[in-house]
Design a protein around this ligand. Structure first.
Ligand SMILES: [Zn+2]
Length: 498
């Protein structure tokens, strides 16, 4: 069986063949940090989180990079409206983004470069494009000349010979007048009064939007990556322009595979900040929708298709999740009456394929899960397998809930335990994990940093003793108290309040 994914570049579903066997290099276009994230972002990043978790589960060594656009007109406008600085607006929204993603159980990217910290790389790239005659200066700005790009339009199908105004995306001022062709786009924008700017060979200014991603991909990975991700609304002009810049400079493909997710619709219209019909992730979760319900709601649709956001659909997802959650909770809540092993810690982070499956029923379930996911991430098919697995577990949970006695001779508890372990592992591949009331409210606040450091030290010790159950329990206890642990290379663990 091999994983097949739809490549927006070829418009075909292709076998995933990474540059280096067993590895996957992935770049995902991140957010422009001027406001809170909405449901459209949640959808996109949940889908890509599942792709990443699935690759890890299939034993790929995945490197996932996602950027922050922290210089943009929208951020500057927000800063002037709020009477603060660009940095303050960016910092505040980066922090909010990280909290929201953690609430949705989205794994943090391995690296999250910021445009403002990548200026030298951006300069180098622009200089190379200029040396190749693909960039020109105009009134202090520098533009990319699309007539110099091979196959411009290869991703979006747009034809530069068809004149379209405003085709280069986020333009400002008299940009349209300074360009030779409407599709040309700014690589470097000259400084305006009162705006942050950087020195450059073309005078003080700031980078255009598209160039940062091309510079970051090359900085983090080199010329070519395996998968480039983004929302369907980024195909044109953003991704088309990334390809034009990178491939003109590098004479190599930017990405072997381009994947795009569909939009979230409300009443048939795309949800977006600019249209004002959006719901922020935060507002939704704070209103009592659980993060796992939201995840399940998103994953019931195929990532490429539009997703209709309605109260009924969310209710249905909630019902589905309650059943799954009851089944997942069986191991945690009923260890004693079932005589199951006490320490069955929840896996934190991404899981690798570990559960050995010896019964035919469970093997078939696992195979059906893999078949569905291999089929261009058919998450609704994968969820159907989870619901099947959960059925007898849910029934058992209901009986225990009612106070019924479990008959150890009649009930095949060994088989049910294996089923539960498989369910938990496969749920983890979709980022679905047991949700307890405590995890949602996190009322148990820790105020003492010393207490946290002591817990971290105890966890490190447990890990050294290979007592992973205890190590995981310590982490879970801290999570329930609103403390998130971040493991860094070299055995260092940092913490923050989530
Ligand atoms: Zn990008």
């Amino acid at each position: 069986m091999s994983l097949r994914l739809t490549n927006s570049l070829s418009n075909r579903t292709e076998a995933f063949n990474p540059l280096e066997e067993g590895k996957a290099t992935i770049y995902c276009c991140g957010v422009t940090v001027y406001d809170l994230c909405h449901l459209g972002h949640a959808r996109s990043y949940i889908n890509w989180d599942v792709l990443r978790r699935y690759l890890i589960w299939r034993d790929y060594d995945v490197t996932f990079v996602q950027n922050y656009t922290d210089i943009d007109d929208k951020i500057l406008n927000k800063a002037s409206a709020e009477g603060t600085s660009m940095e303050e607006v960016s910092e505040k929204n980066i922090e909010a983004f990280e909290i929201d993603m953690a609430r949705l159980n989205i794994l943090p990217a391995d690296k999250m470069p910021r445009a403002t910290r990548c200026i030298p790389e951006i300069h180098t790239l622009i200089k190379e494009l200029e040396d190749k005659g693909a960039a020109y200066g105009s009134d202090g700005d520098v533009y990319f000349d699309v007539s110099k790009a091979k196959n411009y339009g290869q991703l979006s199908g747009r034809d530069p010979n068809e004149q379209q105004q405003g085709a280069s995306g986020r333009t400002s001022g008299n940009e349209e007048e300074r360009k030779r062709h409407p599709f040309d786009f700014a690589l470097w924008k000259s400084a305006k009064d009162g705006e942050p700017s950087w020195e450059s060979p073309w005078g003080p200014g700031r980078p255009g939007w598209h160039i940062e991603c091309s510079a970051m991909v090359r900085q983090q990975f080199g010329k070519t990556i395996d998968i480039h991700l983004g929302g369907g609304d980024l195909v044109f002009p953003h991704h088309e322009n990334e390809i034009a810049q990178s491939e003109t400079a590098n004479d190599a493909p930017l990405a072997r595979l381009w994947m795009h997710n569909g939009m979230v619709n409300v009443g048939g219209t795309k949800m977006s900040k600019s249209l004002g019909n959006f719901t922020t992730i935060r507002a939704l979760l704070d209103s009592g929708v659980s993060s796992m319900t939201l995840r399940l709601f998103v994953l019931q649709a195929h990532y490429r298709k539009p997703l209709d956001f309605t109260a009924d659909a969310l209710d249905a997802a909630n019902t589905g999740w309650k059943g799954l959650n009851a089944a997942l909770g069986l191991g945690e809540l009923f260890t004693r009456p079932l005589g199951w092993p006490q320490s069955e810690p929840l896996a934190s982070g991404a899981v690798k394929s570990e559960v050995s499956v010896d019964s035919e029923v469970l093997l078939s379930a696992k195979n059906r899960f893999v078949e569905a996911m291999d089929q261009d991430l058919n998450t609704s098919g994968a969820l159907a397998v989870l619901f099947d697995l959960a059925k007898p577990l849910k029934a058992l949970a209901n009986r225990l809930d009612r106070g019924d006695q479990v008959d150890h001779t009649k009930d095949d508890l060994d088989e049910l335990l294996k089923r539960w372990r498989l369910l938990r592992e496969l749920s983890g591949v979709l980022g679905l994990q047991l949700e307890t009331a405590a995890a949602d409210t996190a009322t148990n606040q820790i105020d003492d940093g010393g207490e946290i450091e002591a817990a971290i030290a105890a966890r490190k010790q447990a890990k050294q003793n290979k007592d992973f159950a205890t190590a995981d329990r310590i982490r879970d206890d801290l999570t329930a108290k609103g403390i998130e642990l971040i493991d860094k290379p070299g055995g260092i663990t940092e913490w923050r309040r989530s």
